[in-house]
Write a protein that binds this ligand. Structure first.
Ligand code: CA
Length: 230
């Protein structure tokens, strides 16, 4: 992990909240910058050099969702949304637009700083390994062979379990909604998407436990989706 201070862009129109967030980030040694408006933030982000964006959903010019949508056309910088309402719809929409995490207002600055830190933790570069296998933490995936190993145990996965795991392994730590998981793994989305995904996650968890997982590497974000710790 890099010890360089991270550059965090805080996009928030309420001065009091912005000040609190900036203060908390700077106390942790991050280099925090501030934009009060969406267009101004996009302009700043086009300039590059930002490691994480903390983005308010309710901005007076461009909403945070629109900022995120435009941002994703030119950058994959991690985005953490600040959502005013504890609104499930907001969160799901935000994640589908390419956000990596969200924090509901009111939030503790400490919690937000922890989320920023989590976004900065990048998976180590995989060591050159056997042909076709890519190592990601405790996992190794062979996408051509559609196989996954966990702690060097080859998992006996169904087609859907593999699809779920492969989707989660594409962006470790990022929360994927059930609809996103469905879209990546199924040929035809079904009406009972949530239940279908949940069922396969359950069997997948059992197989990971059998392969030696002590803490469940698949995190449930209630009402939102799943994320994988590698
Ligand atoms: Ca606002």
């Amino acid at each position: 992990m890099s010890e360089q201070p991270a550059r965090v862009l805080v996009v928030e129109d309420e001065a009091a909240i912005a000040d609190t967030v900036l203060y908390a980030l700077r106390s942790e040694g991050h280099a925090a910058e501030h934009c009060a408006l969406g267009r101004q933030a996009l302009e700043r982000l086009r300039g590059g050099g930002i490691d994480v964006v903390v983005l308010d959903v309710g901005l007076p010019d461009l909403g945070g969702f629109e900022v995120c949508r435009q941002l994703r056309t030119f950058s994959q910088v991690p985005v953490i949304f600040l959502t005013a309402r504890n609104d499930e719809f907001d969160r799901v929409l935000g994640l589908e637009l390419g956000a990596d995490d969200y924090v509901g207002k009111p939030f503790s600055p400490r919690e937000l700083v922890a989320r920023v830190r989590a976004r900065l933790r990048r998976p180590a570069q995989p060591a050159p390994a056997e042909a076709g296998w890519m190592r990601q933490g405790a996992f190794a995936i062979d996408r051509e062979g559609r196989r996954v190993r966990y702690r060097d145990v080859l998992l006996d996965l169904t087609r859907y379990e593999y699809a779920l795991l492969a989707a989660l392994l594409q962006r470790p730590g990022a929360i994927l909604s059930r609809a996103q998981l469905m879209e990546r793994g199924w040929d035809h989305a079904s009406d009972s998407a949530d239940r279908t995904v949940d069922t396969h996650v359950k069997t997948l968890r059992a197989k990971l436990r059998a392969a030696g997982a002590e803490d469940d590497p698949i995190r449930t974000h209630r009402g939102v989706g799943y994320a994988l710790d590698v």
